[in-house]
Ligand binder design. Structure first.
Ligand code: GYE
Length: 307
């Protein structure tokens, strides 16, 4: 009976909910795990998923969303590559009466009614967690403590908030200094390239690498080793995501901490999409539960890691 009831709420012939999802890209291990979570949970939930990969370009995401509107899907979901610039396309979705769910990354809009729900992490809190780990690690130590920051995609919510979260924690501690800060676009290649340049400019002055994700940290680790230094010892590595790659680096003693960020958003997305399509109320903000993994905890936690 529930099936029949749901069926009548959809505008098309099939009794399956049609969900159009506009993904950011395949830039990181996090992202591939996120895509896999969305695809497999759609299958499990009996959702007809239309999936597109924007290759980290906002214009491609906007095109995908427009095509979902044209196809009259039941629900649109997307992980916005950057925070701004979404109002026009979201107004088009609203005019077409297609609900929009944000996953993973937040957006800046003046009108909150342009999306129904946002499922994802609290990146500001993640940044604070990274900062607090640093405060703890350097308790009683003398300054200056020089940080090289590898930023994620420029204008993206996780890059903005992981930076701000760190600053919030260290701003009243004059020992900490951001020596350099540059984007590696969340990729391994980007992290390596930026780290090579920073090592050339600052060399051994760099004591800490604060990398906005594990992939860039892994790239940076390579650059540090190629420069004849020991990542995890000569240079302390603070990172985000806690992917398998991050765990392997921690177990090898090359990464000091990874602040967890879960990409396994698929099941919650399917649940929320079904509720929204049935006209049921959903929470506007659904925050992912996460923790912090210092390197000492990596070996014990690794076997149960899912991404
Ligand atoms: O940390 C990074 C990915 O938006 C939380 O995007 C996500 C970030 C994640 O490329 O690895």
């Amino acid at each position: 009976a529930a099936g029949v009831m749901l069926c009548s709420t959809f505008s098309h012939a099939s009794d399956k909910l049609v969900l159009g999802f506009a993904q950011v890209g395949a830039e990181s291990e996090w992202r591939t795990a996120n895509t896999e979570s969305i695809k497999s949970s759609a299958k499990e939930a009996g959702v007809d998923l239309k999936f597109s990969d924007a290759q980290q370009k906002q214009e491609n995401q906007i095109k995908a969303i427009r095509s979902y509107i044209a196809q009259k899907v039941d629900v649109i979901a997307f992980s916005p590559v950057v925070e701004s610039g979404w109002e026009p396309v979201l107004r088009e979705a609203k005019a077409a009466k297609i609900p929009v769910i944000l996953t993973d990354r937040a957006i800046k809009v003046s009108d909150d009614s342009l999306y129904t729900a946002f499922i994802g992490s609290d990146f500001l809190e993640e940044g604070r967690r990274g900062g607090r780990w640093l405060e703890d690690h350097y308790k009683g130590a003398q300054g200056p403590i020089n940080i090289a920051e590898l930023q994620g995609t420029v204008g993206s919510a996780p890059a903005i908030d992981r930076h701000n979260g760190l600053m919030e924690v260290i701003k009243n501690d004059d020992r900490f200094k951001i020596l350099a800060s540059q984007s590696g676009d969340f990729t391994r290649a980007g992290g390596k390239q930026v780290m090579e340049a920073m090592l050339k400019s600052y060399g051994k002055q760099i004591q800490v690498v604060y990398s906005h994700n594990d992939d860039m940290a892994i790239g940076a680790i390579q650059a540090i080793e190629e420069a004849g230094l020991k990542p995890g010892k000569d240079i302390i590595i603070v990172s985000f995501d806690a992917t398998k790659g991050g765990f392997q680096a921690m177990m090898a003693g090359k990464m000091n901490v990874s602040v967890e960020c879960s990409p396994l958003l698929g099941p919650q997305l399917m649940e929320t999409a079904k509720l929204v399509a049935a006209g049921k109320p959903v929470p506007k903000r659904i925050v992912t539960k996460e923790t912090v993994f210092p390197m000492e905890t990596a070996a014990a936690a690794f076997p149960s890691r899912k991404y």
